[in-house]
Design a protein around this ligand. Structure first.
Ligand SMILES: [Zn+2]
Length: 317
């Protein structure tokens, strides 16, 4: 190094990477002051297809919307992607012709101003995360909560983001047990997503003896038994259980209708406990097949009954 080199500017050291706070699940920052007036509850009747809901004709649930129930269409055919989509803020859709998707989304988001009792909500405010719980919590000052019945939505999944509390219920089919966990605070509006499982296969009421449930091999323990379905040579063991016949399918459909009738009574209890300024949406994450074209259930099925869901919303008072 020569003398003049000493006067040369030292090359700048490589910039240190910025220190980023580590965000752990469950460790959320403080909410801002509330910018919305209404509590907001979305109740998702898991697997409840449109015409099961209509045949049950629930009197209490439909008080929310003056009796009006829309037939809408879900964006996905099974629980996890459907809930993810819902939490982007996009509710089950109508299917208007000659309308660009971007225009439809814009209008869908604009409706949140009325739902939440807020001003200035538009699609652009959801960018870049496209995540309703984060927007409600970190922009509008909501406390955010999920109560879920189906283990595919458990708190370890990616669905659990920006929630203050997220609880997988002890039983997959007991909406009533969620009610004592709902808390409302006058100083801050609350958002609750309630994933209700009575309407999901096996369409069982909480007091029904589980030995009486209809059985399909594989479905009850689809995760638990995964490792038992592979033989010594690593081959998948083919299940040769008989598919449900037409009588059984009809019994199952009636069971789903019966769960909606039962849930109508649980909604009466929900409506009694929510404060006045609470906007409630009732819908489903997907439909269900009961034998049409040889299909049962939902998921890997391309059939309109898998996508038709009930949709209604409003304030109870
Ligand atoms: Zn589902």
């Amino acid at each position: 190094m020569g003398l003049f080199d000493l006067f040369k500017k030292k090359p700048a050291p490589a910039p240190k990477p910025p220190v980023r706070p580590i965000v752990r699940p469950g460790m959320l920052g403080a909410q801002p002051d509330p910018k919305a007036e209404n509590n907001f509850i979305i109740v998702i009747l898991d697997s409840c297809r449109w015409d099961s809901f209509m045949e049950a004709a629930p009197k209490t649930i439909t008080k929310l919307s003056g009796g009006k129930v829309e037939k809408r269409y879900t964006y996905a055919s099974w629980t996890a992607p459907s809930h993810y989509n819902l939490l982007t803020g996009l509710l089950p859709h109508t299917t208007p012709p000659n309308v660009y998707a971007s225009e439809y989304y814009k209008e869908d988001f604009f409706n949140y101003n009325t739902r939440l009792g807020a001003k200035g909500i538009e699609f652009a405010k959801m960018v870049p995360s496209l995540w309703l719980p984060g927007f409600l919590r970190n922009t509008l000052g909501y406390s955010t909560h999920a109560r879920v019945s189906l283990p595919v939505l458990n708190p370890k999944t990616g669905i659990n983001r920006d929630f203050d509390t997220f609880q997988l219920m002890d039983h997959h089919n007991d909406m009533r047990s969620m009610l004592p966990t709902l808390k409302f605070d006058e100083k801050r509006p609350a958002f609750y997503m309630l994933n209700v499982g009575e309407t999901h296969y096996p369409y069982a009421l909480p007091n029904e003896d589980s030995s009486m449930w209809p059985r399909i091999s594989g479905v009850n323990g689809v995760f638990k038994k995964m490792e038992e379905s592979i033989d010594d040579k690593g081959q998948l063991i083919k299940d040769d259980t008989q598919f449900f016949d037409a009588d059984k399918m009809e019994q199952l459909r009636q069971r789903q209708i019966n769960t909606v009738k039962y849930l109508d009574g649980v909604f009466a209890e929900l409506f009694d406990l929510v404060p006045k300024n609470t906007h409630i949406i009732v819908t489903a994450d997907h439909g269900e097949l009961f034998g049409e074209m040889g299909y049962f259930g939902h998921g890997p099925i391309m059939h309109e009954k898998c996508f038709e869901v009930p949709f209604l919303e409003g304030k109870i008072r």
